[in-house]
Design a protein around this ligand. Structure first.
Ligand code: DHB
Ligand code: FE
Length: 282
């Protein structure tokens, strides 16, 4: 992390992440949860908390600290950040039990829909002086039988070389390092970008306060985010990591999977790597 780049505050990215989540849940439609399911799941969550209180003999001062912290998370707009780091990975693993094709992982709080659509061979929108090693990421989107999926969309977002996401860090231009790349008639694509840096979840808000109070670390390994979709097929949401990268085995968000680690090769300009996606029928 450099100190020359203005740091986005936790409150700033938290507020944006809350707004982005509200918009996305409207897009995804109403939550379908029955009374039976609410009763069962919420009761079991509460029972799990009660059990910890009993077994750990949680005190009144600890209860007060927890209450104050929960209020701070809400007021700071950090629920999307906190839940995507500490809970989403288990939701995703349950979803993965019934999914075939390329494995998924968490979406995280920083997806923004409606980005610039680009053709199959594309350079992501970036600043003229965008820092970082060049990375050419190419591949093919196929179905489970190996047939190419022409016109598949790769909805791509990543942090910059300082670990910041456009739309959540005011010093970055809107849409920086984000695009929807449309694969060619063979389902192929080639995206030119830069290698992102490891990402540190905001440390100056309540989530950061908890992480330091507990003696944890706030780092995620460097990663690319993608959604891949094609007509008639199940959309996948995943991330790709880099072999040998720092924090790969100790991701604060517990969202790495062996199948999702890239091994780029050096080129004259930077790095190149291929990765193919496999989608199952919807
Ligand atoms: C968070 C950030 C990410 O880039 C990500 O992939 C997951 C979680 C976060 O700050 O909560
Ligand atoms: Fe991320």
């Amino acid at each position: 992390m450099t100190t020359t780049t203005p740091s986005p505050t936790a409150a700033g990215s938290g507020a944006n992440a809350s707004e982005a989540f509200r918009a996305s849940s409207e897009r995804r439609g109403p939550a379908a949860t029955s009374q039976e399911r609410t009763d069962r799941v919420v009761r079991r969550v509460l029972e799990a908390i009660h059990q910890v209180v009993r077994e750990e003999e949680v005190t009144y001062p600890e209860f007060q600290a927890a209450k104050r912290w929960l209020m701070d998370v809400g007021e700071g707009g950090e629920w999307p950040l906190f839940l995507d780091v500490f809970v989403e990975h288990e939701i995703e693993k349950v979803a993965a039990r019934t999914q075939r094709g390329t494995v998924g992982t968490i979406e995280g709080p920083y997806y923004l829909p409606g980005q610039t659509r680009l053709p199959a061979v594309a350079t992501l929108p970036m600043r003229a002086d965008e820092k970082g090693d060049k990375l050419v990421f190419s591949g093919q989107v196929r179905d489970l039988d190996g047939h190419p999926l022409p016109g598949a969309e790769i909805d791509f977002w990543q942090a910059d070389a300082d670990g910041y996401y456009s739309g959540f860090a005011p010093h970055l231009p809107d849409g920086n390092l984000r695009a929807v790349v449309v694969a060619d008639d063979q389902g192929r694509f080639e995206i030119s970008s830069i290698k992102p840096a490891p990402y540190q979840i905001p440390t100056d808000g309540p989530t950061g306060a908890l992480i330091s109070a507990a003696g944890w670390h706030p780092w995620r390994p460097a990663h690319l985010h993608l959604m891949v979709r094609a007509d008639g097929h199940r959309q996948i949401t995943t991330q790709l990591y880099f072999t040998g990268g720092e924090w790969l085995d100790d991701d604060v968000a517990t969202a790495t999977k062996d199948e999702l680690v890239l091994d780029p090769t050096p080129t004259a300009e930077g790095w190149a790597v291929e990765y193919d996606f496999v989608l199952e029928r919807a």
